[in-house]
Write a protein that binds this ligand. Structure first.
Ligand code: FAD
Length: 289
């Protein structure tokens, strides 16, 4: 399980992929996994659409990672979309395939969900899901739980300290490690690590990074994540935005430099938001190794 990984040989390298929305994109995702698996990552996480539409596909994908490729799979689950019954059924499906790692998330509200549906979810916060899973009698060797954290604070949190307070509750409920929201400026992450440590967060925190490979992606990413953009990255997009090949090269180079600096600092893990582009993991993993 992921919580048994050793951190003594440097940062643990991992990545995130997503199930394709359309059926036609499905075969390609296995090719993506084959290429990423060849890099021998510590684990590969697979996202979950809170609407629930891709849950079957997520299961097939984590099964392939865990059993065909023998790499630890981390299945994302969201309290938006999972009530207690669905969670039990979901965990059982994972367990039947020998998958014991889940990333417990609240999830964001899908566009087509009404206020009533969203507000009536059984688990209000990720922590409530963690508490429930830890109360089900599953032993520690049969359940490894990851959680999300936000170096620049979650968009709904009034301030960083309140966010860290709730993060500590998530840790104390039985979370084994955290994966951070993506960030483009390492100093912000280092300050967050410091604040977390001072406030009693003791479990490993993996750094999430996302290479920007086209200039439109930057706007979308910032809107979704609320991450701030350093001038250097904005300048790269302004300079290479009209040339897709140069933009991709420059974006990967920016992320590689970020990763090398994180590794040198000695972070627990580096988690690449790979967007189903194996070349991003290839560049980053090779550089930091
Ligand atoms: P929570 O931990 O519930 O926190 C949300 C907010 O509530 C924070 O502001 C927190 O401070 C506050 N809070 C927590 N507990 C309490 C409490 N007891 N009382 C009051 N306030 C509280 N979304 C998807 O839909 N699918 C995915 O696959 C997915 N993968 C992700 C992977 C990573 C690594 C990350 C960082 C995010 C991912 N997301 C995904 C997005 C995530 O669902 C959203 O960021 C969501 O808004 C918050 O999820 P959370 O688990 O951090 O929520």
């Amino acid at each position: 399980m992921i919580k048994d990984l050793s951190y003594s040989n440097g940062s643990v390298l991992s990545c995130e992929i997503f199930p394709p929305k359309k059926e036609a994109g499905f075969p390609k995702v296995f090719e993506v996994i084959d290429r990423i698996a060849a890099l021998n990552p510590a684990f590969i996480s697979v996202t979950y659409g809170a609407g629930g539409s891709n849950s079957g596909k997520q299961l097939e994908i984590v099964d392939y990672i865990q059993n065909a490729k023998k790499i630890e799979a981390l299945a994302h689950i969201t309290s938006v979309g999972y009530d207690k019954n669905a969670l039990e059924a979901g965990l059982k499906n994972f367990e039947d395939k020998g998958i014991y790692n889940v990333l417990a998330l609240r999830g964001d509200r899908p566009k087509d969900m009404t206020d009533e549906q969203y507000d009536s979810r059984e688990f209000e916060h990720a922590t409530d899901m963690v508490k429930y899973m830890r109360s089900t009698g599953r032993t520690n060797d049969k359940l490894c739980i990851a959680g999300a954290c936000y170096p620049e604070k979650h968009s709904e949190a009034p301030d960083k300290l309140t966010d860290i307070f709730h993060l500590k509750e998530k840790q104390n409920a039985g979370t084994d490690f955290f994966i951070s929201q993506l960030f483009f400026e390492n100093t912000l992450f280092y300050r967050f690590l410091d604040l977390a440590e001072k406030n009693g967060i003791e479990i490993p925190i993996h750094a999430g990074i996302m290479p920007i490979t086209d200039s439109n992606q930057l706007g979308r990413t910032v809107t979704l994540s609320g991450t701030s953009v350093p001038k250097k990255l904005a300048d790269i997009c302004a300079r290479y935005g009209d040339d897709p090949e140069d933009m991709k090269k420059a974006g990967i180079e920016y992320a590689v430099n970020q990763a090398v600096d994180l590794m040198t600092y000695g972070v627990s893990g580096i988690h690449v938001y790979a967007m189903n582009k194996p070349e991003l993991c290839e560049a980053i993993f090779e550089a930091v190794r």
